[in-house]
Write a new protein. Structure first.
Length: 449
């Protein structure tokens, strides 16, 4: 195969791969809110990071437990000395000076092999260390749950926001169609001499003012979809189509502040994590205090050593030195660092208690604000619905009066603008209400459950 043919075949294969990749990414993926939540819990990168923290905490438990398990090892060493090892106090010559005599014995080639095992018997830091690691693992799980709650709330709000933007685009297109029709009517009347040029200019201005709004809403939808792709872990080039519809809220019973507060205390993972932090602080005090207590361990060793010359290891003696024993370590003084560590751990416990108290105090404010937002937006929906209906009726009456040449073009334009604005305000009120309900769920820690 010539170099030219190889280049052509390689180019064709690369082109086919690129085409298949483009077609795969070009396929639009239908996405419901429930499916988006499922994808987010499974593929969201921030949630995965929190899950890895749980795995890391589980390994910390194993590390803590290893302090109570035996440790064993094998070591070996080979060395060549340029001179035999010196021994002081021994000499073949009759030295008369005050210097301590020495002589050299043994071989220049030395080797040792050691097998050892140590079993801790008592260490005051072992048990609280294990408990602290287990509490940390529970904290990591709670942090992962809290992260899932926050991400799920953000996903729901983003999904609903996109649905609202789609509805607003529909409204803008309807308004644009009405204004374009009004522009055509104004041009026709101007040609017949039955209208002023200013009416045509006003209608033209209204049409052109609506076009940038459509572009702005379209870009907002694309940004929202990109955020959805990021939250759900989908490919950034994957086209998605929202399959759920914007469900207008029905009259529902708003939970009281006390009910929301009690649910939050029961389900909020971050509050439970703060309570666990105080328990960890107790164990950290015990760990710090263990530095001032004795420790006991059992040890055993089997040592083999030899010496020879000219690397004659196969023609040498290998005496062994096995032993077993117990070791007691009693700390006496280390510059008061252990006392300082105990005080430091107690200070951290006091800080944890204050953080927990502050969190519950702030929870009252958060609950009050969340419940107030639901009630305010519920009332605003009702008001907006009434205003929207009034604006619609006003526009229809003005349109009828204009057709009968009773109302002016300016009155019709103002009525149409008021009608469009009322519809848009109603949609915003719906979004604010749904978002406020999601915030209440997040405050209670039950988003996505």
């Amino acid at each position: 195969m010539t170099l030219k043919k190889a280049f052509i075949y390689t180019s064709l294969v690369f082109g086919l791969i690129t085409l298949f990749s483009y077609l795969a990414n070009a396929q639009t993926k239908p996405l419901s809110l429930q499916e988006a939540l499922s994808l987010t819990i499974t593929h969201n990168r921030e949630i995965k990071i929190s899950s890895l923290d749980v795995d890391r905490s589980q390994q910390q438990i194993q590390i803590a437990k290893s302090a109570a398990l035996p440790s064993a090892g094998i070591s070996a060493q080979v060395a060549h000395y340029f001179y035999e090892s010196p021994f002081f106090g021994l000499s073949n010559s009759g030295a008369t000076s005050d210097k301590i005599p020495y002589d050299r014995f043994g071989g220049r080639d030395q080797a040792t092999a050691t097998a050892w095992i140590t079993q801790p018997v008592y260490n005051a830091a072992t048990k609280p260390g294990i408990i602290n690691a287990q509490l940390q693992e529970r904290q990591s799980r709670l942090s992962a749950t809290d992260k899932e709650t926050d991400i799920a709330a953000l996903l729901k709000q983003t999904y609903i926001r996109i649905l609202v933007l789609h509805e607003r685009i529909k409204l803008q297109k309807e308004s644009l169609a009405r204004n374009e029709k009004a522009l055509q009517d104004a041009k026709s009347l101007l040609a017949q001499g039955r209208a002023l040029r200013v009416d045509t200019l006003r209608a033209y201005t209204s049409v052109k003012n609506l076009e940038p709004d459509l572009l702005k809403l379209s870009y907002a939808i694309e940004v929202g979809k990109q955020q959805l792709r990021t939250l759900t872990g989908l490919d950034s080039l994957q086209e998605i189509e929202l399959t759920d519809s914007l469900i207008l809220p029905e009259t529902a019973t708003v939970l009281s502040e006390e009910e929301v507060y009690n649910e939050a205390r029961l389900h909020r993972a971050d509050l439970q994590s703060l309570d666990l932090q105080q328990q960890r602080a107790d164990q950290q005090i015990k760990i710090a205090a263990a530095g001032m207590k004795p420790s006991v361990s059992l040890t055993a060793q089997y040592l083999i050593q030899t010496q020879t010359n000219q690397l004659q290891y196969f023609n040498a003696y290998y005496p062994s030195t096995p032993f077993v024993g117990a070791q007691l370590t009693v700390p006496v003084f280390n510059g008061n660092s252990n006392k300082a560590k105990v005080k430091q751990a107690r200070i951290e416990k006091d800080q944890s208690a204050l953080r927990s108290q502050q969190a519950y105090v702030e929870l009252h404010t958060t609950v009050k604000q969340a419940v107030a937002n639901v009630r305010e937006t519920a009332a605003r929906i009702q008001t907006s619905a009434n205003v929207k209906e009034t604006a619609r009726l006003s526009y229809e009456i003005t349109q009828y009066r204009y057709a009968k040449a009773v109302a002016s073009r300016l009155e019709l334009t103002d009525a149409e603008l008021a009608f469009t604005e009322a519809q848009s305000n109603y949609l915003e009120a719906v979004y604010d209400y749904l978002s406020a309900n999601i915030e209440v769920e997040r405050t209670m820690g039950i988003v996505g459950k």
